[in-house]
Design a binder for this molecule. Structure first.
Ligand code: NAP
Length: 251
């Protein structure tokens, strides 16, 4: 059985991807900064847990060093620390860039050193790579960077037959987006701006991961796929405006 690693695989889209890849017969390693959650996720799919912090190169190198016959790498770790640019702390900006952009770079770097020729790398980007959201500067900038990073990696890895692609999900119900439901009207604005009229499920991204990992995608590299119910055709919700309205003193 060939090996797959899902980085950020203990939760949400990563966990769904790990499940689909395990069901397709891969030996799956679940890597995550949250060691307990990684262990639980790995146990649920008969895989192996790796504690990995994508912002720490030694940790990423150690994790990839444990893998044999690595054919598929999924880079899923992410977070968003929102705030208006005028008030955003440098630390918040830096953390978002470190996890979402530098973390993707480190995963690609160590994937290149361990993946077999002909393998496939899938990086989870975001609708925010192309659609700006007020209050989401670090996240939008990081995800836009991820799109170009994936294109560069696709060029560099192609001589070994290794494909590198990005998936740009729209709103997906995961722990990352749990706060959306707490802001009055915000979830409704996401849905209004999604032509297919609903948010997505982690499994709907995982199915695209499995396709890109498979030989059915043998001639696809350097691409970014919108999986978002058509949300890229409308506008991003006014997250900052809705949060400010919620915080404003009433009366
Ligand atoms: P999630 O459920 O929070 O999963 C993200 C996982 O990454 C968590 O297990 C998290 O651990 C882990 N992680 C965070 N920092 C890490 C680090 N430094 N090193 C290793 N792992 C780390 O979120 P999700 O919604 O599935 O998001 C997965 C990816 O999809 C992210 O890249 C996100 O930006 C992207 N995405 C999500 C949506 C959406 O609507 N949900 C839309 C577009 C793109 P902790 O829980 O311990 O932090």
């Amino acid at each position: 059985m060939s090996g797959a690693i899902v980085v950020g695989g203990a939760s949400g889209i990563g966990l769904a991807s790990a499940k689909v890849l395990a069901a397709e017969g891969f030996t799956v390693s679940v890597a995550d900064v949250n060691a307990d959650a990684a262990r639980a996720a790995a146990a649920s799919i008969g895989g192996t847990a790796i504690t990995m912090d994508v912002t720490d190169e030694d940790s990423v190198a150690d994790g990839f060093g444990k893998l044999d016959d690595l054919r598929v790498v999924v880079s899923c770790a992410g977070l968003s620390l929102p705030g208006a640019i005028a008030e955003l702390g440098l630390e918040q900006w830096q953390t978002t860039i470190d996890v979402c952009l530098t973390g993707s770079f480190l995963v690609l770097k160590h994937a290149a050193q361990h993946i077999v020729d002909g393998g496939s790398v899938v990086v989870i980007s975001s609708l925010n790579a192309r659609q700006p959201g007020a209050g989401m500067a670090g996240y939008c900038a990081a995800k836009a960077g991820v799109t170009t990073l994936v294109e560069v990696a696709a060029l560099e890895f192609a001589p070994r037959g290794i494909r590198v692609n990005a998936i740009a999900p729209g709103f997906i119900d995961t722990p990352l987006t749990a706060g959306v439901a707490l802001v009055p009207g915000l979830l409704g604005e996401y849905i209004e701006n999604t032509p297919l009229g609903r948010g997505g499920r982690p499994e709907e991204i995982a199915d695209m991961v499995a396709f890109l990992a498979s030989d059915k995608a043998a001639w696809i590299t350097g691409a970014a796929f919108d999986v978002n119910g058509g949300a890229h055709l409308r506008r991003y919700p006014d997250v900052l405006g809705k949060v400010r309205a919620m915080m404003a003193p009433s009366g």
